[in-house]
Design a protein around this ligand. Structure first.
Ligand SMILES: Cc1ncc(COP(=O)(O)O)c(C=O)c1O
Length: 514
């Protein structure tokens, strides 16, 4: 094909030196748009990099690199000895002017038939970090950005090539050592770095344990009420959940032995039951360990917020009592730093590490190496311990402020218990026969996230109330948030007694099924 002359279009290339986009990006954008919109026809010769640079007073290398990108993306093609031309393929079918590159939602189609059993994910709507009283979220505005940025910058300047390839499925050695030290100091746990598996938050820990320790169809004890998101992982692994009631002493082990003596696994939160907050008594702990030993079963201890105690002595984890190596300990950085990091850890018996690492590798190879290294240094420099010290003080004040606000603004409507002084949330039970799901939905419209307590129950007689987070809500915002929640309760009206409910997996708001 004969080549067309150099297009006068270049004259309209206007480079803005003050713009946020680099000059190279602006050149690439300009040519891409010209080709896609059909203004630059196939075969049109583009000016040489020298001419482009000269005409626009830019460094030649900028023009060369912009052209290299356009060639790599197929917009331009080189003809030996003749220069660069607009390539054929792109200009044959000029696209509509790119008014917007934002993709619209595809039209609704029937869902494809999937083999997977869909977990009943009772996490909708997701706790939004901007909503007052959102549960499960630490104080995100207190994230230690400056230390994190300093450590990240230093690490990146070192250009650690070995962190760019595939890493160890078990996790970065430095991070595992730092976690072992953190566990000793913060939770009194003695373990070796070799026993630690770095996972993508507790959620992946539950998933891996469910798949490593049980077979599809095996029974697993879960707390009733309990952590709905954890339940979803068990459903995805096709385990048979057996809800075991929880009272003020924690999981009722005798009830578990009665209902499913041969269960393979028990998922428990002994330090701070989720969501009711009870601490499992020593009597029950020993009974649970005894059952696991006799039944040849495993216990997965989810110690999601064990670092936070504001009064009394911190309680040793179940893991420390275990002599038979039946307990796997699950920890997370979601509460001590931020859930968005997606980093947590499992402490497993030394003999089981390889199997867990193999499962982790099969799932997602390993956690991001650079982030792991930053976190390892963050812990190693004592920054995590310092951050935790500061957050304990802040959360104790926020917890007090929420309890005071509930006492003042919701007297006779909500009842929150003072104990235990721990964690990042508390439970406020309804003292009136209101509908917690409907009230929660109303509260969302008022920018308050009040998770309905009844939805934490999988099957048993439900209690009604709210699980309220205090860590990410400033003290001065507590009273207005509680006032709005009380309004929402009044607007929602009385509950329809005798009508069962449960959460729907893919809902965008709290939903009820009859
Ligand atoms: C009982 C329980 N376990 C674990 C977690 C933390 O989950 P992840 O580490 O997956 O963010 C939470 C967070 O809300 C929780 O409530």
């Amino acid at each position: 094909m004969p080549s067309r002359p150099v297009s006068p279009l270049w004259n309209s290339l206007a480079l803005d030196r003050a713009a946020a986009r680099s000059l190279q990006d602006q050149i690439v954008d300009y040519f891409r748009a010209g080709v896609l919109e059909g203004r630059l026809k196939a075969g049109t010769r583009v000016p040489s990099s020298r001419a482009l640079a000269g005409d626009h007073g830019i460094a030649r290398i900028t023009a060369v690199q912009a052209y290299e990108r356009l060639v790599a993306e197929g917009y331009l093609a080189a003809r030996p000895g003749s220069g660069l031309f607009v390539a054929e393929s792109h200009s044959e079918r000029p696209l509509k002017p790119a008014v917007s590159t934002v993709r619209r939602a595809p039209p609704r189609r029937r869902a494809p038939a999937l083999e997977a059993r869909l977990p009943a994910l009772a996490m909708s709507p997701r706790p939004d970090e901007r909503l007052a009283l959102a549960t499960g979220i630490p104080a995100l505005d207190q994230f230690p950005w400056s230390d994190w940025a300093r450590i990240t910058a230093r690490l990146h300047r070192e250009r650690p090539l070995d962190a760019l390839g595939h890493g160890d499925p078990q996790g970065e050695r430095d991070l595992r050592e730092a976690i072992a030290e953190h566990l000793g100091a913060a939770r009194g746990i003695t373990c070796a770095a070799e026993q630690i598996l770095v996972v993508a938050g507790s959620q992946q820990g539950i998933d891996l344990a469910a798949r490593a320790l049980a077979r599809p169809g095996d029974a697993i004890w879960t707390e009733e009420p309990g952590y709905p998101v954890g339940r979803a992982a068990l459903d995805a692994a096709a385990l048979e959940r057996v809800p075991i009631p929880v009272d003020t002493e924690g999981l009722d082990v005798a009830a578990g032995v009665k209902r499913a003596p041969a269960a393979r696994l028990a998922l428990v939160t002994p330090s701070h039951h989720y969501p009711l907050g009870y601490t499992m008594s020593l009597r029950r702990r020993l009974a649970l360990l005894d059952w696991a030993e006799r039944a040849d079963a495993w216990i997965l201890e989810d110690d999601y917020d064990g670092e936070y105690r504001y009064g009394g002595r911190p309680l040793a984890p179940l893991y420390s009592l275990d002599r038979g190596h039946r307990v796997l300990y699950l920890g997370t950085f979601s509460k001590v730093l931020a859930p968005g990091l997606r980093l947590g850890y499992l402490v497993v018996p030394a003999g089981a590490v390889d199997a867990f690492a193999a499962l982790k590798a099969a799932s997602d190879r390993h956690a991001p190496s650079l982030t792991q290294r930053v976190l390892a240094r963050f812990i190693g420099e004592g920054r995590l311990a310092a951050h935790l010290r500061r957050m304990r003080g802040l959360y104790a004040r926020r917890r007090r402020a929420l309890l005071d606000a509930l006492g003042r603004e919701a007297a006779g409507v909500l009842h929150a218990s003072e104990a235990p002084e721990a964690g990042l949330h508390l439970v406020a039970r309804l003292a009136v026969p209101a509908d917690d799901v409907a009230a929660s939905r109303r509260a969302l419209e008022k920018r308050v996230y009040a998770a309905p307590l009844s939805t934490y129950f999988a099957e048993s007689e439900r209690e009604h109330g709210f699980v309220l987070g205090f860590a990410n809500t400033p003290e001065e915002a507590m009273a207005p948030a509680v006032r709005r929640l009380v309004e929402a309760i009044a607007e929602a009206g009385p509950r329809d007694l005798g009508r069962p409910r449960r959460m729907q997996g893919n809902s965008t708001a709290w939903r009820r099924t009859a």
